[in-house]
Ligand binder design. Structure first.
Ligand code: NDP
Length: 502
């Protein structure tokens, strides 16, 4: 790869190397070897423990968003396939899994966790190829956390009596689960691990732009000797997801994705007695007080909005800064942005990879254009983007008004909107002035202020002096249009059980 010198390779003024002096070093290309992934030409559905073609033999192509090259053909499931999958899951629930003692279920979950760890590089490379996220994130975040979820819920499988003292926890039956494209394997783990630990069987529909790690997970299920039909994976378009939601053989629906589809799912289930959890969009406020350690805050802000190209439901997309520190903070942020490396997601030095799809890139581009048109001031570091693939520069908007679309709508891209405040009251009011309520961040050195802010903010998760920290033991979920129900921790198990009196 040729490294072209651009302004991005110039030292920021604050480094004291002299005006615009070139940085005296650069990164050598460090491409991850993709040979570890053995891509098949065609992937089928995973139903009843077997790989099968779609009922009408139809397929769709999944592409690498960083190069636009086709990766594989994938079965385009139909409502008839969904019906087959739900029947397989019901049968497995009735005949085997639903009656298996927790300690036996745990063995399978431990096995899956171990296999995910053993095959972690393969999963990381495949995830990066299919989704566009940087390899350092799939390798260090997505895959280890996915394995950690299986470890964690394996531990609960034989301890449900302790998870819900004084009650008897019974599985719900078949869980229909629909996941998005921003964390494909991790969202699979968030959904499947607690469901199986509690004794349910599942039918999962991955997003159409990122089906491959779910289909590789089917291979893990076989390797772990998981009884057939306990996990079923049906790829296909959104309508197929809706046929899963509406299927009478499904007892619980779990969805992560856009608020619009979440609303449709909730409406579709009205009047049924299916359990539902929804994890939807967000427009998180990341609040920096004037006593915060600014260098640390800059790292948290960058992690909050540029991690995974900002395609994160809990991304800190609205930065609220106390007026007295706005200028130094913006200066530091701009310096830091100049060092962010955008490019080949399979390069181990890449910080910001490819946007997941052309459609998502168009959405980001349109919203950024609206920010400029509405009068906000845009800053993007100079950097060369690859000629092919769906890339977008890390973007910072100042002079943003609460009424601007970029301050109100979920962009789901590497775009940060900066707003200011004077008092904690104003910060709380602005932070809560959104239809969403998934996450928030507070940066201050005062513990008492953290506690006071956390109590007043309408967000399911509030990070203090950090951002985007995830742990399987910790519940995650939203308020208002960010959805309801919690995933992770003991709360995450609760969504997959019926609690009876002893
Ligand atoms: P969607 O909500 O459409 O997709 C999420 C999942 O739902 C995918 O598996 C999708 O399948 C499936 N789906 C789509 N339509 C239906 C339906 N009618 N019934 C049941 N399932 C359905 O999100 P998009 O991919 O369209 O992204 C749009 C926006 O949503 C993003 O720009 C972002 O703002 C937000 N989003 C939020 C996420 C979050 O984590 N909260 C995750 C993803 C997106 P398929 O892929 O086949 O369409």
């Amino acid at each position: 790869m040729t490294v072209t010198k651009t302004d991005a390779d110039r030292a920021p003024a604050s480094w004291g190397l002299g005006d615009g002096q070139a940085i005296p070093w650069d990164y050598a290309p460090a491409p991850e070897n993709r040979e570890i992934v053995r891509l098949k030409d065609r992937y089928g559905l995973f139903i009843g423990g077997r790989e099968v073609a779609a009922s009408d033999d139809a397929v769709f192509t999944t592409v690498n968003p960083a190069s636009e090259e086709p990766l594989a053909e994938v079965a385009r499931g139909t409502a008839a396939d969904m019906d087959r999958a739900v029947r397989a899951a019901r049968l497995a629930f009735r005949r085997r899994w639903g009656g298996l003692p927790g300690r036996e279920r745990a063995k399978y979950l431990f096995r899956i966790a171990r296999i995910l760890q053993e095959r972690s590089r393969e999963f990381a490379v495949l995830e990066t190829m299919d989704s566009g996220k940087p390899i350092k994130e799939s390798r260090d975040v997505d895959v280890p956390l996915a394995a950690a979820h299986f470890w964690y819920y394996a531990g609960w499988a034989d301890k449900l009596d302790y998870a819900f003292p004084g009650r008897v926890a019974r599985p719900l039956g078949v869980a229909g689960q629909i996941i998005p494209w921003n964390f494909p394997l991790l969202m699979l783990a968030w959904k499947i691990a607690p469901a199986l630990a509690a004794g349910n069987t599942v039918v999962l529909k991955p997003a159409s732009t990122t089906p491959l790690t779910a289909l590789l997970f089917a291979d893990v299920c076989r390797q772990a000797d998981l009884p057939s039909g306990v996990v079923n994976i049906v790829t296909g378009p959104g309508e197929v997801g809706m046929s899963l939601v509406r299927h009478p053989g499904v007892n619980k629906v779990a969805f992560t994705g856009s608020t619009e589809i979440g609303r449709r799912i909730a409406a579709g289930l009205a009047g049924s007695n299916k359990a539902l959890t929804l994890e939807l969009g967000g427009k998180a406020a990341n609040i920096v007080f004037d006593d915060a350690p600014l260098d640390q805050a800059v790292e948290g802000i960058v992690n909050g909005i540029y991690f995974n190209q900002g395609e994160v439901c809990c991304a800190g997309s609205r930065l609220l800064v106390q007026e007295s520190v706005v200028q130094p903070l913006i200066d530091k942020l701009k310096d830091r942005l100049a060092t962010i490396r955008v490019g080949d997601p399979l390069d181990k030095n890449t910080d910001v990879g490819a946007i997941n799809s052309r459609a998502q890139l168009e959405k980001i581009t349109e919203l950024v254009a609206s920010g400029v048109a509405e009068g906000a001031e845009i800053y993007q570091p100079a950097c060369d983007l690859p000629d092919r693939g769906y890339f977008f520069r890390p973007t910072l908007f100042t002079n943003v008004a609460q009424s601007h679309r970029i301050a109100r709508e979920e962009i789901f891209g590497p775009v940060l909107s900066v707003l200011t405040f004077r008092t904690p009251e104003e910060a709380v009011e602005k932070a809560n002035n959104t239809p969403y309520g998934l996450s928030a961040g507070v940066w201050t050195e005062k513990g008492s202020r953290i506690l006071a802010m956390v109590r007043r903010m309408k967000a399911g998760v509030v990070w203090a002096n950090t951002f985007n920290r995830f742990d399987p033991t910790s519940p995650f979920g939203g308020y208002k249009e960010s959805g309801y129900g919690r995933e992770g921790g003991r709360h995450g198990l609760h969504a997959y059980v019926r609690l009876d009196d002893r």
